[in-house]
Write a protein that binds this ligand. Structure first.
Ligand code: SAH
Length: 253
């Protein structure tokens, strides 16, 4: 299908800062009749929507239960079949831990083409927000994006990941941080490995914690960091630009 005729978009809103949205995303938003908005999307991005657009929040924050995935797809299909263009707006990038892939499959199964509009994923934006270059060549040959959630396809093979010696960027890892740190130590990762957690990155309320692996979970707990946060584990975390001493003290950057 030609892009100009596309009536369904899966759009990444970026990690929070409205200025990190792409031009393509703002243009698609300006065309949509209906916008289905996820958790973690900065509502300020709706400034790019039409004033008469129907905006539906399907996220679970703000005390509402999250809309089941099947119902989100059903809503999209209803609107599309009624001739309305639909923008599905997700935090970060729609294809990085955002279930965008599942929504694309569901729409394709119904014969509907969906245009993918990338966003800046939190796994890159959050480290960068405190000066961490995730693939700095002095520290890593690559970066692994991994979920700490432990659901879906099951527990990551932490042992194998440690063996890669690559930077680990963990999404959804805060609730199980203790366990994850334990698994990394059990897999032989050095207790001195620099670690960072960045909460609400690129938003005004951004906070972070830095500590070596051996005390990382305790420091994060002491600083009461919570979701949404990205965890970075590896030598690159030593490059965080912070004024505090390197003993794990945290603060606003
Ligand atoms: N599609 C999104 C990720 C969705 S999974 C993306 O590409 O960024 C949700 C997880 O993303 C959160 O648990 C957290 O780990 C991370 N996350 C999203 N926005 C964040 C932000 N502003 N700061 C820190 N972490 C964030």
């Amino acid at each position: 299908m030609h892009a100009a005729m596309t009536r369904a978009w899966l759009i990444g809103a970026g990690s929070g800062d409205v200025e990190l949205m792409t031009l393509k995303a703002t243009r698609a938003l300006a065309q949509a009749d209906v916008i289905l908005v996820d958790d973690l999307v900065n509502p300020d991005v709706l400034q790019f929507a039409r004033a008469d657009a129907l905006v539906v929040y399907v996220g679970k924050r703000g005390g509402h239960p999250s809309t089941p995935q099947a119902s989100i797809v059903a809503q999209m299909l209803d609107h599309l079949r009624a001739g309305r263009s639909v923008a599905r707006l997700k935090g970060g990038d729609p294809f990085v831990f955002g279930r965008g892939g599942e929504e694309q499959q569901a729409l394709h199964a119904e014969g509907i083409d969906v245009e993918i509009v990338n966003g800046i994923t939190a796994g890159i934006a959050a480290p960068a927000a405190i000066g961490i270059p995730v693939t700095h060549r002095d520290h890593a040959q690559g970066v692994v994006f991994v979920t700490g959630h432990g659901a879906g396809s099951g527990e990551p093979d932490w042992h194998a990941l440690v063996a890669t010696r690559m930077t680990l960027v963990i999404y959804m890892g805060m609730r199980r941080l203790d366990e994850i740190v334990g698994a990394l130590l059990a897999a032989g990762m050095s207790t001195d490995t620099p670690c960072a957690a960045i909460e609400s990155a690129t938003r005004p309320e951004q906070r972070h914690a830095l500590a070596p692996l051996r005390e990382f979970a305790q420091v994060v707990a002491r600083e009461k960091l919570g979701s949404p946060a990205i965890v970075v584990i590896g030598g690159v975390a030593s490059l965080a630009l912070v004024r505090e001493a390197a003993n794990g003290v945290t603060g606003q950057s």
